[in-house]
Write a protein that binds this ligand. Sequence first.
Ligand code: SF4
Length: 222
Amino acid sequence: MIDPIEQSIQVRNQVSKNDKRKYYRFRKTRFYGGCATADCLGCNLRCAYCWGQKKVWNPNKYGEFYTSREVSQKLINMKLPLVRLSGGEPTIYKTHLLSLISLIPEETLFILETNGILLDEDFAKELSQFKNLYVRVSLKGVDELTFEKITGAEGKYFNHQINALKLLKQYNIKSRAALLPDFFTDEQIKKLGVSNLEYEQLITYPFVIKNLEKKGIKIVRK
Ligand code: SF4
């Protein structure tokens, strides 16, 4: 069982160097109607369905270090109305993240995709200064038990995800929760009690299916 807080510290050491953070890809994507996307390396969870795991979980083997200014320039140069930070877990290196958001022009919406585990009150306060920020919190379960099974992390950290959503609301940061619904019944999702959920899509690579089978996680929706 992993402790995502300890995991974050270990991973931060691998993916950060001064202001630099490791990324493995910069691309134009069709998401949200077209956005410039930077994919970072390193994560504090081990989700059974993680399609990017080969790279994201092995930051020593892949990617290159970039300063926040270099990343912002790459994103701005794509000349799209939205920018997005995705891939691994962007909050693992807070200093770099805050610096990066500050370098994106205010008229460009900055979409931060996160699992929210590290998003405590201080972090939320710091994020609240950015009016062009939109945070998408990807929930990894509908309760502690399902979170634990999916992520390999202690179930209690599911509450960090829920708390992150509350803090984002409290600090008036535009946000939305997302969930991969394939493993849950309507009843379970309803019980979760999170409104305006965005549904993510399961990418059924053979290794993903194998991982799910190994962990006994069943797809309950077709
Ligand atoms: S939080 Fe995202 S990047 Fe991290 S293991 Fe889960 S799916 Fe992969």
